[in-house]
Design a protein around this ligand. Structure first.
Ligand code: O2Y
Ligand code: MN
Length: 599
């Protein structure tokens, strides 16, 4: 089977891994539809996948209840010195971590097949694309990789005999003894899970989890935690950002890249349906952007993925009709509920809840049950090409030129609907100090306040010292000069004193996007405030939408005392970066303090 591989370095890495993990069989993926269907049929026969009668070519999986999400506590950035990984990554020295993991990998694929998945992040042949080889003992991960990345023979051809590849080793960590019955979702216990990154040698080792970001190694592991230090070395940006194209009624195109922490509606914004007449949106990506300065001097972005791995609960015709359409067929669902007629269901889906369903743990469920039917982190894996508003340029190897960066978070108070950075350095400060509210459960668990700092939405994904990451952003701005994108900060989630959302959100967010486009074109003025530039009275296109005047006032209210009260928290957060903290960021903090004190 491995004869097809002409790359000696690749062949010897696969042999080395096979020697350590000792699978019963090795299977080299060709990326074909037939291969995907065969693997799915095997999993249906084995009873680990359920074929959905009501949704063509779609399947439901249920994970082990202990394996339902990314595990930040078990995720490592392993560099020679702790300083290189920085203060907000878990760190262990490479030799120590490898010693622990080698013991776990020893014989871990016994009784199983080892799938070898050649994959490309980015269109094959794009100057921005990177080739990875994932080795895994999970057929589920293999099928997901088929949807999320470009897999198979064409990648091996591009690799040729001596191309660069990023080795990504994955095992669910559940060897099978002869005659031992398998479980539906084998995985290792939490204390044996390791999601490890070795940026100095461009290597990922993941062990013990079969779920999402822990197991689909092209996504967060390669495209963010490894790619971010590569991007720093090579002078580009690997970001946790959606990419969107907006076209005005006059036909002018704007490209927007947006960074938001999890649970802030990134996929919804990537698939926005503008409510302002004549404006059109197209999706390019919903999670990751790789951006390089093009010979034209502008920052061009590609989406390295080919699918969406989105949160199912909350997805409906109201919140995201485009996603609903995207999910009509060829979808892998994980941890959703199963209805009696053979479809999936989740909380806040359109229509009345079913009178009976099977919940994500495989138990009978009715609307009277105490627990939700779908896990809150239940997911869909869907091909991007099925998205009805996917841009014709979504696979353009040159990428699309970015006009606008948006940062944001979920804040019930303090932060206005939109403000614009005075300049690039101020925008970097906005990204670096970005924050979002966390759930009640996390507040209790961590004993922290309800606001978590999540710089550039990269807290869980930056593969090097975040202080150096801030500096890299400054340097990218210096290189682009006046061709750099404009930077904005949004908060769709501000609430009134009575707890009501003040802004309708969803398609009406296009009104805010339009203001940004008008700013880029110099068509509208802005009001200077201590925290940035904000729409003048009447600056936002509100035609056809009625939001009470008092609500609009509250949405844009900036209270200097509340902002001043928040600065010590930002300062404390920045403090941890020590000598890696850029002076230019300190200057921004001081500038903000001064403007607030003088206002
Ligand atoms: O829980 C997981 O494994 C998935 S996390 C995820 C998936 C798709 C896009 N973004 C995220 C994220 O956590 O940012
Ligand atoms: Mn994400």
């Amino acid at each position: 089977m491995l004869e097809k591989i002409k790359h000696e370095g690749l062949k010897s890495w696969i042999e080395e891994v096979a020697g350590m993990c000792q699978p019963d069989e090795i299977y080299l993926c060709n990326g074909s539809r037939e291969e995907y269907e065969t693997l799915m049929a095997q999993m249906v026969d084995a009873g680990v996948a359920i074929s959905l009668k009501e949704r063509p070519h779609s399947f439901l999986f249920r994970s082990d209840p202990s394996d339902v999400a990314r595990v930040e506590d078990r995720t490592y950035v392993s560099t020679t010195t702790k300083d290189d990984a920085g203060p907000i990554n878990n760190w262990m020295a490479p030799d120590d971590l490898k010693e622990i993991m080698r013991k776990l990998y020893d014989g871990c694929m016994k009784g199983r097949t080892m799938y070898v998945i050649p994959f490309s992040m980015g269109p094959i042949g794009s100057p921005l694309a990177k080739i990875g080889i994932q080795v895994t003992d999970s057929a589920y991960a293999t099928c997901n990789m088929h949807i999320m990345t470009r897999v198979g023979d064409k990648v091996l051809e591009a690799l040729d005999t001596d191309g660069d590849f990023i080795p990504c080793l994955h095992s669910i960590g559940a060897p099978l003894e002869p005659g031992q019955e398998d479980s539906d979702w084998p995985c290792a216990p939490m204390e044996e899970k390791y999601i490890s990154h070795f940026p100095e040698e461009n290597l990922v080792w993941s062990y013990g989890s079969g779920y999402g970001g822990n197991a689909l190694l092209g996504k967060k592991c390669l495209s963010l935690r490894l790619a971010s230090p590569i991007a720093r070395r090579e002078g580009w940006l690997a970001e946790h950002m959606l990419i969107l194209r907006l076209t005005s009624p006059e036909g002018r195109q704007y490209h927007i890249a947006g960074a938001f922490p999890s649970a802030c509606g990134k996929t919804n914004l990537a698939m926005i349906q503008p409510t302002i007449p004549g404006w059109k949106a197209e999706t390019i990506g919903d999670d990751i952007a790789w951006m390089q300065i093009h010979p034209d001097g502008r920052l061009h972005a590609i989406n390295p993925e080919t699918g969406f791995f989105g949160v199912a609960p909350g997805t409906s015709m109201g919140s995201n009709p485009v996603a609903v359409e995207t999910l009509k067929e060829n979808v892998i669902f994980t941890n959703c509920a199963l209805t009696d007629n053979g479809d999936v269901w989740w909380e806040e889906m359109d229509g009345a809840p079913p009178a009976h369903a099977i919940d994500w743990k495989g138990r009978d469920w009715t609307p009277d049950s105490d627990e939700p039917a779908a896990h809150p982190n239940a997911r869909f894996t869907a091909p991007a090409e099925q998205c009805p508003i996917i841009s014709s340029d979504w696979e353009n190897p040159e990428g699309v030129p970015i006009d606008i960066f948006i940062f944001g978070g979920r804040r019930a108070t303090t932060v206005p609907l939109v403000h614009e950075a005075f300049d690039w350095d101020h925008g970097v400060f906005m990204g670096a100090s970005a924050s979002s509210e966390i759930t009640a459960a996390i507040i209790v668990e961590s004993g922290l306040g309800n606001v978590r700092r999540d710089p550039f939405a990269m807290k869980p994904f930056c593969g090097y010292n975040m202080g150096d990451y801030f500096q890299h952003w400054f340097e990218m701005g210096d290189k682009m000069g006046d061709k750099a994108p404009r930077i904005f900060y949004v908060n769709w989630f501000r609430k009134g004193e009575d707890g009501r959302w003040l802004w309708p959100g969803f398609g009406d967010n296009s009104r805010v996007l339009k203001w940004m486009c008008d700013r880029v074109d110099g068509k509208v003025g802005a009001m200077e405030t201590p925290i940035g530039l904000m729409p003048e009275d009447g600056g936002l296109d509100m035609s056809g939408l009625s939001v009470p005047a008092e609500d609009m006032e509250e949405l844009f209210a900036v209270d200097p005392q509340t902002w001043l009260a928040e600065l010590p928290d930002i300062e404390d957060y920045f403090e941890q970066f020590g000598k890696h903290f850029p002076e230019r960021l300190r200057a921004q903090l001081e500038g903000l303090k001064e403007r607030l004190n003088n206002s």
